[in-house]
Write a protein that binds this ligand. Sequence first.
Ligand code: HEC
Length: 202
Amino acid sequence: MVREEMLTTMASRTIIRMMGLLAFVPLFACGKAGAETAAQFDNAQRMKFPADYRKWVFLSSGHGMSYSPAAAAATEPPFDNVFVDPVSYEMFLRTGRWREGTVLVLEIRGGQSRGSINKQGAFQAGQPIAVEVHVKNSRRFRGGWAFFSFDRAKPAEKIATTAECYSCHQQNAVVDTTFVQFYPTLLPIAQQNGAFRRIALR
Ligand code: HEC
């Protein structure tokens, strides 16, 4: 081989190798970000609104659940929808536990019985009445978990640990302060694992 040809071959091999490496970089970066947490915080330690939570995994809906007095009193009871970030969901399916970085969202929407062709029952309507979040991050929060309540898309302060949110979830939720007893696809997985707290479900 002439010297020039050799140089060209070496150069093209180097380019091919570099392209191969570059192809891995974005994959690695995404995987890493996903493995960390779906929760983002600003410099003032406020949580940023998880804008894409509607694309996460849907766990369940409650309709007029009476654990909240406001919901019990309403004539048209609201719905709540629970979502979890997809990476934490996958981990839960495998382990029955919530990983560090788990983000769960409770979205409350108005219920309506009259509208269009509907004669009975109720459907969800309008913008969310509230969006509340439960985040697991043991390095950031004492006790491991923190609650946030969002005012539309504005960043939210952590709800103080003296709030009722923490005591009700600690006393009544069956998996690591989360209400898995109401999330039907996760309950059997948790029950087969040690993470499940045996308290009366009926
Ligand atoms: C009296 C008990 C009680 C109180 C107080 C309470 N919750 Fe909950 N929470 C529940 C129940 C029950 C569910 C399950 C909802 C469902 O099945 O749809 C739930 C679910 C949630 C979820 C979904 C993830 C999870 O942990 O299961 C979030 C987020 C949440 N609550 C936030 C809050 C916040 C924020 C507060 C305080 C402002 C609060 N909760 C106060 C009973 C409570």
